[in-house]
Write a protein that binds this ligand. Structure first.
Ligand SMILES: NC(=O)c1ccc[n+]([C@@H]2O[C@H](COP(=O)([O-])OP(=O)(O)OC[C@H]3O[C@@H](n4cnc5c(N)ncnc54)[C@H](OP(=O)(O)O)[C@@H]3O)[C@@H](O)[C@H]2O)c1
Length: 309
């Protein structure tokens, strides 16, 4: 029996990600359409989801949330405070809130919603085809059953990883959450380079997509370190060696690392901005800031902390 059997799921803000969850839950027969209620301000969007999935759609966030067992918070970060004020003080114990809102930390969510049973998660965009990875953290008040419910909900988006320290969700935002943007940029650059060489664009597109997909599948199937796989295709004095020399000269690794750190700092800033808006971080030190200590040095990532349960 699914942990969501006989439970009601509400999606607050029924956009792209909420739809991916609705579709995944229904596809996996984890819930029936009658167990889902979504809120959405636009009437045409409400009609679209109701007719496509047979779910109940309402305009009021509170109406959607009030009787739900699991409440998915899937609005944009800039809408969170407004929506949170609508729901705050109206949630009952035993209702589980699962947030996918980027940057919204548990301190913000629990204070805004006046509710303790909260899961903070970070999915990524391949979730839209059920191939995402979601990293999630549950507050201590979330029960085992509710963790199971969150897991089932988030697995509608692909793979999941529960972490014991919320900071791993913040770090994951910079790696897997933002990761598809890095990959798409690399994809685009390679396609443009192939066009520059003389390939028609559609051929360049297919060559790059198949190469990325095949390389990922190969790395996964062999479970080899990427450096081992790269060495396998790097002959002495060969074409790969020449290309890799250029990539290293262009500081590719350093640039990628800086990009991940920039995304991480931005994640912390988003959380700090939300805290500030709620008056929660008065007198706070660097903890909520940019990920850099007051002297400008980068703070130490808690990489040694335990991830799994
Ligand atoms: N997309 C991703 O790949 C991804 C990955 C990781 C995390 N996330 C997080 O997931 C959340 C949702 O992202 P998304 O891509 O699904 O965004 P989205 O498609 O824009 O969905 C947000 C939905 O909220 C609705 N909305 C706006 N104001 C509202 C209000 N006052 N009350 C209730 N609903 C309201 C929007 O309606 P209108 O369209 O009418 O404005 C829209 O349908 C974001 O916080 C984002 O950070 C997304």
């Amino acid at each position: 029996m699914s942990p969501l059997s006989n439970r009601t799921v509400a999606t607050i803000g029924s956009g792209v990600m909420a739809e991916a969850i609705i579709a995944g839950l229904l596809r996996g027969k984890l819930v029936g359409p009658q167990q889902i209620v979504g809120s959405e301000p636009r009437a045409d969007r409400r009609e679209e989801l109701a007719s496509q999935y047979g779910v109940r759609m309402v305009a009021s966030n509170l109406d959607a949330a009030v009787d739900a067992d699991v409440i998915l918070l899937s609005v944009k970060p800039q809408t969170l405070t407004k929506v949170g004020h609508e729901l705050g003080g109206h949630l009952r114990p035993n209702q589980l809130v699962v947030s996918i809102v980027a940057g919204a930390n548990c301190k913000v969510l629990t204070n805004l919603l006046e509710h303790r049973e909260v899961v903070r998660s970070m999915p990524n965009t391949p979730a839209q085809i059920g191939r995402g990875i979601t990293v999630w953290y549950a507050t201590p008040e979330v029960s085992e059953l509710q963790c199971d419910q969150a897991r089932v909900l988030l697995r509608a988006l692909g793979t999941d990883l529960q972490v014991e320290d919320e900071r791993f969700v913040e770090m994951a935002t910079a790696v897997s959450g933002t990761g598809p943007a890095y990959v798409f940029l690399v994809m685009e650059a390679l396609i443009d380079a192939a066009v520059h060489l003389g390939f028609p664009r559609h051929v360049a597109h297919d060559l790059v997509i198949e190469t990325l997909e095949g390389s990922t599948a190969f790395a996964k199937a062999t479970a080899q370190h990427p450096a081992v796989l790269r060495n396998m295709v790097t002959s002495p004095g060969g074409t790969s060696a020449a290309a890799i020399h250029e990539l290293e000269s262009g500081r590719l690794r350093t640039v990628l690392s800086e990009a991940v750190w920039a995304s991480y700092r931005r994640t912390l800033e988003l959380g700090a901005d939300l805290e500030k808006g709620l008056g929660l971080n008065e007198g706070a030190s660097d903890e909520s800031g940019t990920g850099r200590a007051s002297n400008g040095a980068r703070s130490t990532a808690p990489a040694e902390r335990r991830i799994g349960r």
